[in-house]
Design a protein around this ligand. Structure first.
Ligand SMILES: [Ca+2]
Ligand SMILES: [Ca+2]
Length: 196
């Protein structure tokens, strides 16, 4: 990953040609339907690509709808909680795309070709403009969401994912067994107290 400091302890980077979610992340918004999004002049874009948006080239599964913010529009997308890191597929990166990261560190603005010194010519297929964009807080920062804005068509993303695994069934079983053991211990103590 090519890293770039956005502010003191908020780092971001881009993995060219990669797909979200990478190991350690799980998808919270696949943008197949318009949930968790507010704004104006954006759409859940159903492929094929056209003047309103280009499918992020490497998103998995391939060919699903994605979020496209059109010229002059914006979209606020919630992470659904507080997370120390997140990522998404960013396709056909353009210099007129602006990403604002919201969180406990305040707003951090990312501008392709500016403080995000990356290829940003809108190429719809090249690895250099289609990959995974990841944001990490290195000093305890937590992130709550993002705002996408675009001066022209379009700003396209898919598969917003947050750090941390989905709890495994085994982990839930252990938690339930733990609660059950604590409950039986309390009951035994009560029984012993009653016999004294
Ligand atoms: Ca999708
Ligand atoms: Ca684009």
């Amino acid at each position: 990953m090519v890293g770039a400091p956005a502010s003191a302890a908020v780092l971001f980077g881009f993995d060219p040609g990669a797909a979200s979610p990478e190991p350690g992340y799980h998808v919270v918004n696949a943008f197949d339907v318009a949930t968790g999004i507010t704004g104006s002049n954006f759409q859940i874009k159903v492929p094929p690509s056209d003047g309103n948006g280009a499918l992020p080239a490497n998103s998995i599964p391939a060919g699903t709808p994605y979020l496209s913010v059109l010229g002059g529009g914006f979209a606020n997308v919630s992470l659904g909680g507080l997370f120390s890191a997140f990522q998404f597929d960013w396709g056909s990166i353009d210099t007129y795309n602006t990403l604002t990261i919201h969180g406990t560190a305040g707003d951090v603005v990312v501008v392709p070709g500016g403080n995000f010194p990356n290829q940003a010519d809108g190429n719809q297929f090249a690895a250099g403009t289609n990959g995974v964009f990841t944001v990490v807080g290195t000093a305890g920062e937590k992130f709550t969401g993002i705002t996408l804005a675009s001066g022209s068509n379009s700003f396209e993303i898919d598969n917003l994912a947050v750090a941390g695994g989905v709890p495994e069934p085994a982990a839930w079983t252990m938690m339930i067994l733990g609660f059950a053991a604590a409950g039986s211990l309390i009951r035994r103590r009560r029984a012993m107290a009653a016999t004294v």
